[in-house]
Design a protein around this ligand. Structure first.
Ligand code: F6R
Length: 242
């Protein structure tokens, strides 16, 4: 595993944007696995700036997002589709039809999960998967539990995730209770995984994911078995690493 320790959030974001842009330059039609949440916002803004300046093009890039809330329409201001549009897709030259986010409104969620897996397989998997890390060690919406789930699936969000995400809603009551998430298998099949972390409240999850036992109780710990993980964090988030 390669670790980049950066001074702060801005430097962490720039480093991750650099690594992503290197992938896009190396392979202009690469498949990027993308995440939402607070952590990648700075990364996306940096990528959008380079795109605006003409230094980077996403014209042939395909993106596949990790997850989506169940029950939120793509136009809902808290849906992950809307997040991606506002923070990245609307500001870069990507073709809309090349951006994939699970459909949280699918009538048959199980069918939507297998459709997403088939689509991922047809694309040949992701070249680079960007991940944030939940405070409980979740990746995507793979929450701590008794087993790693390989395929895309419907999850019940844990109380800690509902509380953490309540900041984006009027109240915790409005946070959807379920989501569709790529499974651990899809994430582990990425050719490279880029984990972005920032802030002291991630330090424990970083420590447990990368230094603790590999267990589904800490979903991020599975990344210890991936051959090409790059961890980029600010000092606070990496403060517990030996
Ligand atoms: C979002 C996702 C989540 C977040 C994680 C960290 O698509 O997959 O696993 O990466 O909850 O979220 P932030 O960055 O808001 O701390």
């Amino acid at each position: 595993m390669r670790i980049y320790q950066e001074a702060d959030y801005a430097a962490m974001s720039r480093r991750c944007a650099n690594l992503i842009s290197a992938e896009v330059i190396r392979k202009p039609d690469c498949v990027l696995g993308l995440a939402t949440g607070s952590t990648p916002v700075g990364i996306y803004h940096q990528l959008a700036e380079w795109n605006r300046k003409g230094d980077l093009s996403f014209w042939d890039v395909i993106t596949v997002n990790l997850d989506e809330y169940r029950g939120l329409a793509p136009t809902h201001t808290q849906s992950y589709r809307d997040f991606m549009q506002k923070n990245l897709f609307d500001h870069i030259d990507i073709r809309q039809e090349n951006t994939y986010v699970p459909n949280g409104m699918a009538q048959d969620p199980e069918e939507e999960c297998s459709r997403y897996d088939s689509m991922l397989r047809a694309l040949g998997g992701t070249d680079l998967q960007l991940l944030g890390l939940g405070r409980n060690g979740h990746i995507g919406f793979n929450e701590p539990g008794p087993a790693f789930i390989k395929e895309t699936h419907v999850v019940e969000l844990s109380q800690s995730t509902i509380e953490a995400n309540a900041r984006f809603f009027e109240s915790a009551d409005e946070v959807p209770r379920q989501a569709i998430t790529m499974g651990i298998g899809c994430i582990m099949e990425a050719r490279r995984v880029l984990v972005a972390v920032s802030g002291e409240d991630k330090a424990e999850a970083v420590y447990r994911s990368f230094c603790g036992p590999i267990t589904p109780e800490v979903p991020g710990s599975i990344l210890q078995l991936h051959g090409d993980v790059v961890l980029v964090g600010d000092r606070a988030a990496l403060s517990r690493l030996p």
